[in-house]
Ligand binder design. Structure first.
Ligand SMILES: Cc1cc2nc3c(=O)[nH]c(=O)nc-3n(C[C@H](O)[C@H](O)[C@H](O)COP(=O)(O)OP(=O)(O)OC[C@H]3O[C@@H](n4cnc5c(N)ncnc54)[C@H](O)[C@@H]3O)c2cc1C
Length: 190
């Protein structure tokens, strides 16, 4: 007998998994279909070298993975024991003369390593880190996971005028735009 589902999600990559999990949590009956024998898409880990050594075959960086809301919403750490191991030494460039330029998790340790080559570069690296830290805190972080908007407005130019007109986001944007243009007009008029 055919089973009934509220939603069918095709593909178990990170996006498919996350959306299926949220829909299930919201009480929907979800069927998640995957064409491969492994779930996870670009996120999946496989034994591609030695037995019992699992590798993520796509990811080269995991910098913001635990920043994703899905991580805390589903309590990956508490409930499933997910743990990220961050090596203190991130990158190293050994040179033929025996020296090595090392980039650590710790900024000051990195600056000390760079200073062996150039004190000026070490100071620049410290400044750059401070700058990136601010960008991350105030722009990149908050902008990466903004609350969802209605789908037709994602491109900023809705294809269906009737849908756009119905959307509360469009109405809000229009109000914002018209008040901004009103304030521009009043500034010009001064
Ligand atoms: C080479 C490479 C390196 C990357 N490196 C990083 C990185 O270092 N860090 C990072 O954060 N991101 C990285 N990404 C990006 C990341 O992999 C993607 O953003 C992410 O996997 C997208 O998730 P998704 O769920 O949309 O799609 P995918 O992960 O691609 O998953 C799609 C899934 O759908 C399945 N599927 C497709 N068609 C069907 C079908 N007809 N029926 C059933 N199942 C189907 C596929 O088998 C797959 O499992 C990398 C991507 C690539 C290609």
């Amino acid at each position: 007998m055919a089973k009934a589902y509220d939603v069918i999600v095709i593909g178990s990559g990170p996006n498919g998994l996350a959306i299926a999990a949220y829909l299930s949590k919201a009480g929907q009956k979800v069927l998640l279909l995957e064409k491969r024998f492994e779930a996870g898409g670009g996120l999946c880990t496989e034994q591609v070298t030695l037995p019992d050594f699992y590798h993520n075959t796509h990811a080269v960086y995991m910098m913001m993975v635990d920043y994703a809301p899905v991580y805390s919403d589903f309590q990956f750490e508490e409930r499933y024991g997910v743990r990220h191991i961050l090596p203190e030494l991130q990158v190293a460039m050994p040179l033929v003369d025996g020296r090595a330029l090392c980039v650590y998790h710790d900024v000051e340790r990195t600056c000390a390593s760079i200073a062996r080559f150039s004190a000026k570069d070490a100071a620049s690296y410290r400044d750059m880190q401070r700058h990136f830290d601010e960008l991350m805190k105030h722009i990149l972080g908050p902008q990466t996971y903004v609350p969802m908007e209605a789908a037709p407005l994602m491109a900023g130019a809705p294809s269906s005028p009737s849908l756009a007109a119905r959307s509360p986001n469009t109405r809000r944007r229009r109000r914002r735009r018209s008040s901004a243009s009103a304030s521009r007009t009043s500034t010009c008029g001064r």
